[in-house]
Design a protein around this ligand. Structure first.
Ligand SMILES: Cc1ncc(COP(=O)(O)O)c(C=O)c1O
Length: 362
């Protein structure tokens, strides 16, 4: 056989439905994409400017060290450049981490319902993936600590968690870290951290200095650069040095590096995004409760509804699609009865609520 069993049997990552595919299927012209947790405001205008300025440089290979961007990140987060890594999305860095630290017998531990991209990356390497169920839709860190074995090499935590939007607290995290052996690496996926930083219970990983932790963040969400593919991470310089050996030398691209550097400077855009998302999130949560729907408390740029069954969730999903509203069914995440809805612009949120009111009444 050409490929190993684990590749033959691998279920690839399934992205949220695109506007183009819904248009092609339905002929609808007015479509609202609330399925992929993208920034409702688009990118910062300063990013467009930076891309235009850089476009004539794309015949050159990118700076393999991404020095300008890493320096800017180091300055912003008060660390050294040696503590920073950038890659093709935070998922690109995740892939490099898996390639760097895992041997064949190593095991990976995470929650059963979290970012599926990580599952695909570990399964693509044929590695053993152990999962612990969520408790009350949150990471159960005590149960995860109890599930650590001598073979556990990487623990993947996602905070706020995708797809639930919930967080684990400072206290829970600090207790957990006392139980993690030194030789086990903890990945803290904080793709949605910016939306949670105003919560004093949120354990901002950048406020800790833990030698066996890697923080992963992204320009895809609050910075509005999902299509550019650029993410960043922080860790002890020894860990970063190994990741840099394995990471593809020319990622991220010339344009992605320039776009991210410009995005990082435009903090007014970030503030505006946070304002729009928090306002939209409150509107969603209050409206869902008024309609009588069960919604999980969210610290991210999306909210998750819990229905009585997969059938009910899918019925609502299909109804919303007919109205041109794309949300995310959560079967692939192991939460069949859930639907995840990204916070959009005000008018998009209102459309979504009106459609939900209609189907719930019916
Ligand atoms: C929790 C989480 N981590 C990582 C990613 C991947 O982000 P990136 O676009 O930086 O690869 C996503 C994307 O949705 C996510 O939800």
């Amino acid at each position: 056989m050409l490929v190993p069993h684990h590749i033959e049997n691998l279920r690839p990552y399934e992205a949220g439905k695109s506007i183009e595919s819904l248009q092609a299927e339905s002929g609808l012209t007015e479509i609202y994409k609330l399925g992929s947790n993208e920034n409702p405001l688009g990118p910062s205008p300063k990013v467009a400017e930076a891309i235009q300025k850089t476009i004539h440089q794309i015949f050159r290979y990118p700076d393999t060290k991404a020095s300008r961007l890493r320096e800017a990140l180091a300055k912003r987060f008060k660390v050294k450049i040696e503590n920073c890594v950038v890659g093709n999305g935070s998922e690109g860095i995740m892939s490099a981490i898996i390639g760097t630290f895992l041997h064949d017998k190593d095991e990976v531990l995470t929650a059963s319902c979290t970012f599926t991209g990580f599952f695909v990356l570990t399964r693509a390497r044929g590695l053993k993936l152990n999962t612990v169920p969520l408790k009350g839709f949150c990471f159960d860190l005590d149960a995860m600590a109890a599930a650590i074995t001598p073979n556990t090499k990487i623990i993947f935590l996602c905070n706020p968690n995708n797809p639930t939007g919930t967080i684990f607290t400072r206290k829970e995290f600090e207790r957990f870290m006392t139980k993690v052996p030194e030789g086990t690496l903890v990945i803290l996926d904080e793709a949605y951290a910016e939306f949670a930083l105003d919560n004093p219970d949120f354990p901002d990983s950048m406020s800790y200095r833990l030698d066996n932790c890697i923080t992963l963040r992204t320009f895809s969400k609050v910075y509005g650069l999902a299509g550019m593919r650029i993410g960043y991470g922080f860790a002890h310089e020894n860990l970063i040095q190994y990741i840099l050996k394995v990471k593809l030398p020319f990622e991220p691209s010339v344009l992605a590096q320039a776009a991210a550097a410009a995005a990082l400077e435009d903090q007014a855009f970030v503030e505006e995004t946070l304002r729009v998302v928090r306002e939209g999130r409150d509107f969603f949560v209050n409206s869902f409760k008024d309609i009588g729907l069960r919604v999980l408390p969210s610290e991210a740029n999306f909210v998750t509804l819990v229905f009585n069954s997969e059938e009910e969730a899918m019925q609502i999903y299909e109804f919303l699609l007919k109205k041109g509203i794309i949300v995310r069914p959560l079967k692939n995440f192991g939460m069949e009865e859930g639907l995840r809805i990204s916070v959009g612009k005000k008018e998009e949120n209102i459309k979504c609520i009106e459609a939900l009111q209609e189907i719930v009444k019916a």
